[in-house]
Design a protein around this ligand. Structure first.
Ligand code: T5A
Length: 210
């Protein structure tokens, strides 16, 4: 039987990665064979592309080049990792997938949504998440969490994180429009509150599916 493909989405600092770790552990302890991946990334080529997308030293990609780099990374991950795992009956949890492209490159950068859809469908060759959890926090909470993470890991904001408040407001609105268009697949999760509170909301939602 095909496994389930679950994606986590949201703006910067919404807490996806933290909750994905908890879900991975919970599913394993329930005896489910699960793999976790991230976008961009998850294969050698896709991780190299991730490096290019985050690199601040070389010339930054123009908006269309940025879109195509994300899609190239996704095509490789979908074909070589996600599709084979699902067909072996494994569950796949991905930290971001196609919805991020619509939100960031479409609503955020202003690239044409229909063109993105055509190119993304080509890259994914029909692969779509079964379920997407959209983690929602206020911009103040996101900012606080990002600052806390930077202090903890001594990293600084990358090129996309530094794209400005208006860009981030547009992409957050974009995620909400995507959720309104596909309410069956995209579930909005209130991600305010501490890690355990958010986890409880996520697990309450997923428990019946497991
Ligand atoms: N992108 C991606 C596109 O533009 N187009 C695309 O198609 C795709 C796929 C990826 C970047 O690429 C863009 C989006 C991104 O800008 P990334 O480094 O993978 O870059 O960054 P993000 O996906 O944004 O993920 P992050 O790891 O940066 O953030 P998360 O996953 O939202 O947050 P997390 O879990 O790391 O938490 C951040 C901090 O908050 C704390 C954590 O401990 C951590 O320090 N935290 C909480 N603190 C208090 N209460 C809670 N409930 C907390 N939850 C977490």
């Amino acid at each position: 039987m095909r496994g389930k493909f679950i994606t986590f989405e949201g703006g910067e600092g919404c807490g996806k990665s933290t909750q994905i770790l908890k879900l991975e552990e919970k599913l394993r302890s329930a005896g489910i064979d699960v793999i976790k991946t991230r976008e961009p990334g998850g294969t050698r080529l896709s991780e190299l592309i991730r490096g290019l997308l985050k690199d601040e030293e070389t010339d930054p990609p123009c908006d269309r080049a940025e879109l195509l780099l994300f899609l190239a990374a996704r095509a490789q991950l979908a074909k070589n990792v996600i599709v084979p795992a699902l067909s072996e009956g494994k569950w796949v949890i991905s930290d971001r997938f196609s919805d991020s492209t619509f939100a960031y490159q479409g609503y955020g950068r202003g690239l044409d949504l229909d063109a993105i859809k055509t190119a993304n469908d080509f890259a994914c060759a029909g692969l779509r998440p079964d379920l997407t959890l959209l983690l929602e926090v206020s911009s103040e909470t996101a900012e606080k969490r990002m600052r806390a993470r930077e202090a903890k890991s001594s990293t600084s904001a990358d090129r996309i994180e530094k794209a400005g408040n208006e860009f981030h407001a547009r992409l957050r609105r974009g995620f909400l429009e995507l959720a309104a268009k596909e309410p069956e697949r995209i579930k909005r999760i209130d991600a305010e509150g501490d890690i355990e509170e958010v986890w409880e909301r996520i697990w309450n939602y997923l428990k019946p599916l497991v």
